[in-house]
Design a binder for this molecule. Structure first.
Ligand code: NAD
Ligand code: TDX
Length: 338
């Protein structure tokens, strides 16, 4: 594959930065990151990458001038926009949905218009949450034809953004693909999220916090596997198609919290139940067979416990990275008793 330039939105966040690291390690591609550097984004997430191949532009995906200027630098035959930027946390969307509409809906619209105007290949990163939730004993998993049924302001705005992409493909011929991935874990995930919150709580001597009974199931995938899947879709995916990304990693929250406690040398019952999340989705589960069978993708991180162990080590060794956000993150949760 000839060297190309990828405009990666949200490339200073958790999964976007993982993708930028993945691209620089596995291809000769150049990357322009467009990131607003909100509370969830950080320049530090891109340190150590080759400066001649990775450029960070601080800006808003909903700003048409900035987006248009960057899109004009791309070559329509070779280059692409890979769109990760979003407001990403369900709990925040329950407190204040407004930035979710601005970034996830208007931001995606702004990027799609630029892709249309400059005839650019576009890949949209989305979530399994657009499909709503499953019963614990449902034998079916989510597939690309599962009807949309989002529950939270976050997932509703992601669903809206997916539908915009589909409309821009059909109405305007934008060359886009969509991927809907399950819950990611790994280094550099913001400590507001479940796994890093509990790891950093334990480092700080705070008891982990489990919402409700903890029977909710998430289908965990390592962020590196998400990145390899996105690169596969970018290279081999069929325009207009939706690919589900998952690695058969279903676990309930109780199991995960107990595993973290055990791996950190604590008693497995040493956690607190706290009030449940409003509208809390019960179970997500991904059928990734289209991606595996049609595009030949396979995940590399089969062992969740080992991946979790490595993630715990990363947070232990990189306290400087998360320390500054810890007090404010916990103060926000304290307001809802969570
Ligand atoms: P994150 O919150 O860690 O990072 C989001 C990044 O987007 C940050 O760097 C932030 O500064 C940037 N950003 C926010 N608003 C912006 C704007 N208006 N303009 C430019 N940049 C902006 O999120 P994440 O967990 O890395 O998720 C990345 C993407 O993957 C999102 O689209 C999310 O919906 C999707 N996704 C996440 C998961 C998961 O488990 N975390 C699973 C499936 C899909
Ligand atoms: O302290 C906690 N205790 C707890 O029990 C937190 C923060 C969460 N939880 C529960 C809620 C969920 O059932 O853990 C589960 C995971 O929670 P989050 O990390 O907030 O993730 P989730 O809401 O499942 O959404 C994630 O996966 C899909 C990402 O944040 C989304 O961006 C992605 O689309």
């Amino acid at each position: 594959m000839a060297e190309r330039t990828l405009l990666v939105t949200g490339g200073a966040g958790f999964i976007g930065s993982n993708f930028v690291h993945y691209i620089t390690n596995h291809t000769d591609d150049r990357v322009i990151v467009l990131d607003k550097l909100t509370y969830a984004g950080s320049r530090d997430n891109l340190t150590g990458l080759p400066e001649d191949r990775v450029e960070l532009v601080e800006g808003d995906i909903a700003d048409a001038d900035t987006v248009g200027r960057l899109a004009a630098r791309l070559d329509s035959e070779r280059d692409a926009i890979v769109h990760y930027a979003a407001e990403s946390h369900n709990d925040n969307s329950l407190q204040d949905p407004s930035p979710f509409l601005d970034t996830n809906i208007l931001g995606t619209y702004t990027l799609l218009e630029a892709a249309r105007q400059h005839d650019l290949r576009f890949h949209h990163i989305s979530t399994d949450e657009v499909y709503g939730d499953l019963e614990l004993d449902d034998p079916e998993k989510f597939t690309p034809t599962t009807p949309y049924n989002p529950s939270s302001p976050y997932s509703a705005t992601k669903a809206g953004s997916d539908l915009l992409v589909r409309a821009w493909v059909r109405s305007f011929g934008v060359r886009a693909t969509i991927s809907n991935c399950s819950n990611n874990y790994g280094p550099r995930q913001h400590i507001e999220k479940f796994i890093p919150r509990q790891i950093t709580n334990l480092i700080d001597g705070i008891r982990p916090r489990l919402y409700g009974a903890g029977l909710n199931v998430r289908d965990w995938i390592h962020a590196d596997d998400h990145s390899s899947a996105v690169l596969t879709i970018l290279d081999k995916g069929d325009i207009g198609e939706t690919y589900l990304i998952g690695a058969d990693g279903e676990k309930n929250n109780l199991e995960v919290i107990r595993m973290i406690l055990r791996l950190m040398g604590r008693d497995e019952d040493d956690f607190d139940h706290v009030p449940d999340r409003a509208g809390h989705d019960l179970r997500y589960a991904i059928d990734a067979s289209r991606l595996r069978d049609e595009l030949g993708w396979t995940p590399q991180f089969a062992d969740f416990e080992q991946g979790l162990k490595d993630t715990i080590t990363w947070y232990r060794e990189n306290e400087d990275w998360w320390r500054g956000a810890k007090a404010a993150t916990e103060a926000k949760y304290a307001r809802t008793g969570q």
